[in-house]
Design a protein around this ligand. Structure first.
Ligand SMILES: *[C@@H]1O[C@H](CO)[C@@H](O)[C@H](O)[C@H]1NC(C)=O
Ligand SMILES: *[C@@H]1O[C@H](CO)[C@@H](O)[C@H](O)[C@H]1NC(C)=O
Ligand SMILES: *[C@@H]1O[C@H](CO)[C@@H](O)[C@H](O)[C@H]1NC(C)=O
Length: 298
């Protein structure tokens, strides 16, 4: 076959052979290589995230070992001897760091981490071993975002004319002065009090709440957006919603004013009315006795 080639062609042919040989050599030296994400991850408190780790080509499962660990040395999850080994997981990751079983044979060793906590921020290592080779990649969870809004522990019972505090506290990775908006509304759609771009807009309140509501301004930097509602009226009964917007997140809580009794003055006036009505009917003595009985029964 070679005798058909002219000398310069022969030279070219051997150059290509050398190149081909070098390529094979390079591939061998490069060997197994697993890849992670191109940048750090930002996740949400309580949410879930895929921590990527994959090799370009499928690897033989025989002799394959994949170990995910955190930078504090905790075992996140392990695949070994053709099996996922949840019993090796550190308690902190038990049940919430899972491989995609049908992906492992395709060289995809990513795991899904769910129920994310604030402690999950950090660097994770995905180490992959075959019989001949090993490789690893790291994945960083840079930030755990959170926006948690907490309200009252129980429904509120008050009386006409009283003052009540409707609790609303904000816990977030976003500093309070960077929250876009905090609104208190009365169900269904009455604007009670508005806080926007670090300012309270008393003039935006519905006239039903004009002059009766305020924040505890000095408590706002600590995330306390509780509402002081003064001079309670009967129509205040119902649901108050504290809603917070920040970045792409929003969260809310509902505080219920369950019962509004009459004020003592109103009770007194009612009793007076009742007495005068009774007197007018000439029932003075029995009513007096009745009221006295009621008084002692209390
Ligand atoms: C690995 O599998 C997961 C779950 O199916 C998927 O989200 C991810 O994109 C896969 N990664 C690669 C590199 O195929
Ligand atoms: C409001 O918050 C304060 C402080 O946390 C707490 O003592 C109070 O019981 C709360 N009120 C309601 C109605 O939950
Ligand atoms: C918010 O601040 C007010 C005033 O100091 C206080 O009465 C209330 O309990 C605080 N609420 C919470 C949830 O801390």
């Amino acid at each position: 076959m070679y005798d058909m080639l002219r000398p310069n062609q022969l030279e070219k042919k051997s150059d290509m052979e050398v190149l081909f040989f070098l390529l094979i050599l390079a591939a061998r030296i490069k060997g197994l290589q697993v890849e992670g994400p191109s940048s750090a991850l930002v996740v949400q408190l309580g949410g879930a995230v895929v921590l990527p780790c994959s090799s370009q080509n499928p690897l033989p499962l025989e002799g394959l070992r994949v170990e995910w660990s955190s930078d504090s040395g905790s075992v996140v999850n392990v695949f070994q001897q053709n099996e996922i080994r949840p019993e090796l997981q550190s308690p902190a990751f038990s049940g919430r760091a899972n491989f995609f079983p049908d992906q492992i044979s395709r060289g995809n060793f990513s795991i899904m981490l769910s129920n994310i906590t604030r402690e999950d921020a950090g660097v994770y290592r995905c180490q992959v071993y075959t019989d001949q080779d090993s490789s690893e990649t790291t994945v960083e969870i840079k930030d755990v975002e959170r926006l948690v809004v907490t309200g009252a522990h129980h429904a509120i019972i008050t009386s006409v004319g009283e003052e009540v505090i409707l609790n609303c506290s904000v816990d977030s990775h976003i500093p309070v002065h960077q929250l876009e908006e905090v609104t208190w509304t009365k169900h269904p759609d009455i604007l009670v009090l508005l806080f926007q771009n670090n300012q309270t807009f008393l003039e935006s309140s519905h006239k039903q709440y004009d002059g009766r509501v305020e924040f505890f301004t000095s408590e706002i930097p600590g995330g306390n957006f509780s509402l002081r509602l003064k001079d309670v009226r009967l129509e205040d009964k119902g649901e108050f919603i504290c809603k917070v917007h920040a970045a792409d997140l929003s969260a809310q809580t509902t505080v219920i004013i369950q019962q509004i009794g009459l004020s003592s003055l109103q009770k007194f006036i009612l009793e007076l009315c009742f007495i005068s009505f009774a007197l007018a009917l000439g029932l003075g003595v029995p009513v007096f006795i009745f009221l006295q009985k009621e008084g002692t029964a209390e």
